[in-house]
Design a protein around this ligand. Structure first.
Ligand SMILES: C[S@@+](CC[C@H](N)C(=O)[O-])C[C@H]1O[C@@H](n2cnc3c(N)ncnc32)[C@H](O)[C@@H]1O
Length: 280
């Protein structure tokens, strides 16, 4: 079965190219407000940031098919000593948009990750009360659902083709609300300057919440990690990305930059560049 992959260059506050109820799963990680290293000063205010999330939530509810899942990797952000409750505010926004709050998973990164963000060092220099800032190893994955899923809509053949490997499920401990996954190494060439999530994250989401031949959307596509794994797993994908300069990265990550693909299938890749709303 061949798959189709569509990259839309533009702002995901509008998803005009995507008809209602045609997406079967959304997996994404939006910018974390004005994250000091990745998005410093991107938004004028926290209110403006939440306004963007509100518009995206409305569009996602429209394009998702009934019963389907929105798998959101997001977390609170500490800026100049103040923590912004992004996970809680995003949850409220998605509930207001009509989604049901289905579950929350905590993603734990390996302890080596702390080399990058050692905030607890403050107390070693000032070993007194009130200097405590914990190092953060965790991110949230919040799972929302649009209504309830009708299992009878899926044919027996597709069910079998999409079967989950229960050995992998058990061995890698997918069954818990704590997922231990490596983060993407800073400096990996295809994810340079992009706060990419590890392939393991969309891999689990796509296996657990979509069937072969369906369509997975990532409205904040970044380097195209979700799209790549969707292709690997025999799903179609749609990515929306505001930065036009990421087209070659995404194309390469998905394996559409001219090199021979490992499989002999007829998968296709298409770029739609809007007339406005994108940045270089
Ligand atoms: C956290 S990164 C996503 C990384 C992605 N999960 C990956 O693995 O590469 C967020 C991405 O969203 C893009 N972005 C930010 N605002 C956007 C918007 N309004 N519409 C579309 N893309 C946007 C950024 O340029 C960035 O590439």
């Amino acid at each position: 079965m061949s798959t189709h992959h569509k990259l839309i260059i533009g702002n995901c506050m509008s998803m005009e190219e995507i008809p209602d109820e045609t997406v079967h799963l959304v997996v994404t990680s939006p910018p974390y407000f004005n994250a000091p290293f990745d998005y410093k000063g991107l938004f004028k205010s926290y209110g403006q940031y939440l306004g963007v999330l509100r518009k995206v939530a409305k569009e996602l509810y429209r394009v998702l098919a009934d019963g389907r899942i929105f798998f959101l990797n997001i977390d609170d952000m500490l800026i100049d000593g103040e923590k912004f409750p992004i996970a809680a505010d995003a949850t409220r926004i998605l509930l207001d948009a009509g989604f049901r709050y289905r579950d929350r998973i905590i993603w734990k990164k390996p302890e080596g990750y702390l080399r990058i963000s050692r905030r607890s060092g403050v107390i070693l220099q000032n070993p007194y009360p009130m200097y405590f800032y914990p190092d953060n190893l965790l991110e949230s994955i919040i799972i929302f659902q649009k209504g309830r899923f009708n299992y009878r809509l899926i044919s027996e053949e597709i069910r079998e083709k999409s079967k989950i490997d229960t050995k992998e499920f058990q061995d890698k401990k997918w069954y818990m609300t704590l997922w231990e996954m490596n983060n993407v190494m800073p400096g990996s060439p295809l994810e340079k300057d992009i706060a990419a999530f590890p392939e393991e994250l969309p891999y689990r989401a796509i296996k657990l919440f979509s069937y072969v031949g369906e369509t997975v959307l990532d409205p904040f596509a970044g380097s195209g990690t979700t799209m790549k794994i969707a292709r690997q797993l025999g799903r179609n994908s749609i990515g929306i990305e505001i930065k036009k300069s990421l087209i070659p990265t995404i194309k390469e990550k998905l394996g559409f930059n001219g090199q021979k693909t490992l499989t002999d299938n007829k998968d296709t890749f298409e770029v739609i560049q809007r007339s406005k709303g994108w940045i270089e």
